[in-house]
Design a protein around this ligand. Sequence first.
Ligand code: PEP
Ligand code: MN
Length: 640
Amino acid sequence: MVIVLDRNINDKEKESIRSFLEGKGFKIREIVGEEETIFGAVGMAAVDHREVELLPGVKRVIPISSPYKLASREFRKDDTVVDLGPVKIGGRRVVVIAGPCAVESRAQILEAAELVREAGAVILRGGAYKPRTSPYAFQGLGEEGLRHLKEAGEKFGMPVVSEIVTTEHVDLLKDYVDIFQIGARNMQNFELLKKVGAMKKPVLLKRGLAATIQDLLMSAEYLLAHGAEDVILCERGIRTFETATRNTLDLSAIPVVRKLSHLPVFVDPSHATGLREKVPPMALAAVAAGAHGITVEVHPDPEKALSDGAQSLYPEQFRKLMRDIEAMAPVIEKEMARLPSIAKPRAAAAGKKTGRAAAARAAAAIVAFQGERGSFSEKAIALYFHEEVEPLAVPEFRDIFEAVLAGRARYGMVPVENSLSGSIHQNYDLLLQFPDTAIVGEKKIRIVHNLIGTKDSAIEDVRRVYSHPQGLAQCEKFLEAYPAWEKISYYDTAGSAAHVAEAGLKENAAIASEEAAAIYGLKILKPGVETNPQNYTRFVIIARTGGKGGGELKAEEANRVSIVFATLDKPGALFFALEVLARRSLNMTKLESRPIPGKPWEYMFYLDLALPPDRAAFAEALEELKKHTEDLRVLGIYKA
Ligand code: PEP
Ligand code: MN
């Protein structure tokens, strides 16, 4: 059962509730949430709930009806996020675990680690103890394999996962792996589950060949009941009458498990299909269906693999798959999990220290955005900076630049373009007016609008809809179906949600983000009401130039440059400027013109270019461009 505690409970009351329940034979797990603190009480004991409800400090008691308790959604409403330091599993980031089926040699795992890391995987896999159907098949390198795996993980700054097959190996594996894997064949090895659970380390628990979803969750319960907190469930195909693939991938397990449990869900498309050509489509389908990540077998030379070669991806196939997932992620409002740049793998390995120091620096960073809490700008900040910075809401766009310049914020998140409504000209003008700021990064996010009302309202109650004019315009088709509703323009989408919450009237609704609904305690009356789902906003991240305070982001990966200039007042001026770029095969991705204030009929041109690898040649091009233009300024070189 779940015991929700009173907000102002004191320590004495808490302790007496705990000892009452422990006295009855329950094990207690305390979870401190943002809104409430709860005790989860599990065990074989029975107690009358009313008796618990009467204890001082208890707000209410909720029985958990499912046979698994700690694993259930009833026990914990919010998703569990497993924190591995540089990688978080279970949030809005798609986590890719990759590597060979088995560690075959030091050279093989080092090569595999480098290639999967370069392609964007964030966790390295490799079996050292292999549960093989045939006793004559390669059984793994044992401890030697674990040593090589750990070395490869450290060299490339990747956490590692490897399978445990017997209780005897628990102490051995714990020093080598960041995540214990429990394989399909051992999913119901309950003694193993108990021992591994007691290590309190993250566990990747794979679904058994003939296990139901409930069986899987009961096995997770074993791990949790014995001390583990971070269990990642993994669908890897089940046995059916179908023989075309090695197993049958049960994709529907993803939404089913996500509803029943708060634990993260992964998919293993390699063991599910057994055939490499089937792996990428199933991997994409898994991510689209809501999996928090995938685990994929990749081998530098699959033909020579000692196990599971037929299902191991070629390096090139894996690189393509990673690009495809990256392209798809924003559509489902997700993004790829990333490790810090690979440019200096030694530094990354030399310490989780490096990672932690970087995280600490980022944590100290404040990022200014225009609008209210719950705005799309704030969402862009969360997605770009991995929730490790502090957002600072300011009323106007200009205030973002001022906050950055004055050092009140290290970065600013500035929207510059929407895929439906075009450029946000005011911000182009501000980029020009604040020459001591520069663009240091870019983020594109999908804009999904929702009709949001008070908790007790239904769509039939709505009489009035508030939103930013763009929000209203972008949901025109939906709103046409409700001609009687009064549409009221508001300065901000999130602000309109705040207003609806404050007024507390059933007849008021707002059009805003899902995050705004959660922040202001409102209910989504209808999700996804935007007319065109291809609705994206592009933001640039600005920082102060020179000196301290600013800071380049992902500088080694820079691939875009934004410049601005005015043309000379003579025929063909723009043509000659662009000709410089064309002659040097510089690819222009955007061109925008803006009137120059105070100079009627004269224009500034904003250009985005793909940054060529040869920086020296690019610098020359800029010099030449200066001869054909006036006031040329580089607004920023950054990773797009
Ligand atoms: C593996 O991941 O290498 C493995 C053996 O998987 P499963 O337990 O799912 O068969
Ligand atoms: Mn395998």
